[in-house]
Write a protein that binds this ligand. Sequence first.
Ligand SMILES: Cc1cn([C@H]2C[C@H](O)[C@@H](COP(=O)(O)OP(=O)(O)OP(=O)(O)O)O2)c(=O)[nH]c1=O
Length: 198
Amino acid sequence: MLKNSQLILASSSPRRQQLIRSLNLPYTICVNDVDETLTEKLTPVEIVEVLSTKKAAAVFEKIQSKNKHGIIIGADTIVVKDEQIFGKPKDKNDAISMLLQLQGTKHEVYSGITCIDSDSGKRIVESQKTIVHMKSLQIEQIERYVNTGEPMDKAGAYAIQGLGATIVDSIEGSYFNVVGLSLSLLSDMLGEFGIEVI
Ligand SMILES: Cc1cn([C@H]2C[C@H](O)[C@@H](COP(=O)(O)OP(=O)(O)OP(=O)(O)O)O2)c(=O)[nH]c1=O
């Protein structure tokens, strides 16, 4: 067993916390607020990789003085349609506007993952893309969905793992990447730190 087989999830997302639990490895959650504003124009891959690294690096800094050891995991998810980036909606109107643009067509979901070893500082950054085909929706359906509250803390204003499953037609690629953390990619990355999930 490696000394650093403890995982430290740098995320307040309940979805990511639930997903990490399913790996059956010891883990803790440690979050440090980061400013997610980006000043330069970046590609979707760069955005999710930069932001996942910011989240993991903020926790790396935080635990230096705390004698805490492990592999820190940060993640970030965005939705992209015609080069337009959708993060989490600011309010209900923003959520409605996003869903109006996403309905009846396809878009991409990018999630970045950064792993940092608290002891050596070794860092691995990866990302994945999933294509999501969304059904055509009436404005009334969109309003009813937004009124459930589910879209408000989700990139692109929907949750494929919730009621949003009923408005998704099909996907190409990893489902868990859409939910915010590809367990398949993460397990490969952990392998690079000598951690075997199975
Ligand atoms: C598209 C989609 C996104 N999401 C979520 C995943 C992410 O939690 C969220 C995008 O916001 P993020 O900024 O990636 O993450 P977060 O703020 O929720 O959590 P943290 O930064 O602390 O890790 O959208 C779903 O849960 N389901 C979906 O179908």
